[in-house]
Design a binder for this molecule. Structure first.
Ligand SMILES: Cc1cc2nc3c(=O)[nH]c(=O)nc-3n(C[C@H](O)[C@H](O)[C@H](O)COP(=O)(O)O)c2cc1C
Length: 167
């Protein structure tokens, strides 16, 4: 099968990561996939914040998930997707960027998982601004990124009956 198709059909969400950082070259390719994703009216209403500082990642995880829990699965890299407030395609644009990044990650032998939007409170919002999320932008999704720990999961068995044809 064509390599692109093989990659598209085998990506899975990864929730266990090796203690190994993503190489800069691979990170840049994942980010290129994000900024080149399709987006409504080509407004590019997004910003991507890359967090790779372990102390900051732990602090944010604790703030979001609560002590002793994890929302980001201890990934060595986290990419926050934020969208300009009021953008009519907020969630759709987020999905396009995240999906492109997940597929790029998989093509580069990295693992990733979409972590849902962060339900902000004042403390979290202040931290996000400190980390570079622009004022007037809302974090709408995050990508936990790194090398898969253990065996990469098999392709998912998709739900049956979700496609119909009129020919
Ligand atoms: C909108 C959206 C939100 C998601 N939020 C989370 C999340 O917060 N935590 C998580 O572990 N996975 C999250 N996922 C990943 C899904 O659980 C995953 O894609 C689904 O179970 C299918 O598995 P697969 O990606 O391995 O094919 C999210 C996916 C989407 C599209």
């Amino acid at each position: 099968m064509n390599e692109v198709m093989q990659s598209l059909l085998s990506r899975r969400s990864i929730r266990s990561f090796q203690n190994k950082q993503v190489e800069e070259e691979k990170l840049q390719l994942v980010l290129q996939a994000a900024v080149l994703a399709p987006n409504g009216r080509n407004q590019e209403p997004w910003h991507f914040t890359v967090l790779q500082n372990a102390e900051i990642l732990n602090k944010l995880d604790e703030l979001v998930a609560g002590k002793g829990n994890t929302f980001f699965y201890h990934a060595p890299t986290l990419i926050l997707v934020s969208i300009e407030e009021g953008n009519p395609y907020e969630q759709v644009n987020t999905a396009c960027a995240l999906t492109n990044m997940m597929q790029a990650a998989h093509a580069l032998d990295l693992g990733s998982v979409w972590c849902n939007r962060i339900n902000g409170n004042h403390e979290i919002d202040t931290k996000l601004t400190e980390y570079g999320v622009p004022v007037g932008y809302r974090v709408t999704g995050t990508l936990a990124l790194g090398y898969c720990e253990g065996e990469y999961p098999s392709p998912r068995e998709p739900k049956k009956g979700t496609i119909n044809y009129i020919r």
